[in-house]
Design a protein around this ligand. Structure first.
Ligand code: ADP
Length: 151
């Protein structure tokens, strides 16, 4: 008998909490958006990462460092669209509403990224597309840790 040890309780909770329980609202922009407008959105929405969509489906991710790299390289931020500088599919690490928070956290650590788009897979004409329905970031996971710690 050891089922009630605090460590086991925490472990049980971590395995039962799903991405849908903690996911936040994603900030999404179209791939034609200029770097300038995307950076304005980054400040207005107070996020570090944005998801880029094309025809309504996930096309890529742009983070703070992507903007910095391009600005330092002299890119014309009023002309260049985010679609040109984003990290693109199929290299996007994603999560699903029914995945556990633990699985999402492991993806964040292993791929060394700050956030994951929460997606729903759509199949049309034999091809797979992903609708962005949320976001899980290090911040969401830290908030969960604080909540669990305060219980
Ligand atoms: P920051 O740029 O603020 O350090 P990240 O560490 O999340 O933010 O981003 C590092 C790099 O990884 C960037 O080039 C970004 O485009 C890419 N990236 C961010 N999130 C993802 C993701 N979920 N899947 C794939 N690549 C990502």
């Amino acid at each position: 008998y050891s089922g009630n040890k605090p460590v086991n309780l925490i472990s049980e909770r971590i395995h039962s909490i799903k991405v849908k329980d903690i996911k936040g609202i994603p900030v999404v922009v179209e791939e034609q958006t200029t770097l300038y407008d995307a950076i304005v959105t980054l400040f207005l929405e107070d996020v570090g990462t944005m998801f880029i969509v094309s025809n309504g489906y996930l096309a890529g991710v742009v983070s703070r460092k992507d903007f910095l790299r391009n600005i330092m390289g002299g890119t014309d931020i009023n002309k260049v669209p985010v679609g040109l500088i984003m990290t693109r599919m199929p290299n996007i690490v994603m999560t699903y509403s029914d995945e556990t928070v633990l699985e999402a956290a492991i993806k964040i650590i292993e791929h060394e990224v700050d956030s994951l788009p929460v997606v729903e897979k759509v199949e049309t004409e034999g091809r797979e597309y992903y609708k962005v329905v949320g976001k899980v970031s290090k911040t969401n996971i830290t908030k969960l840790l604080v909540e669990l710690g305060r219980q």
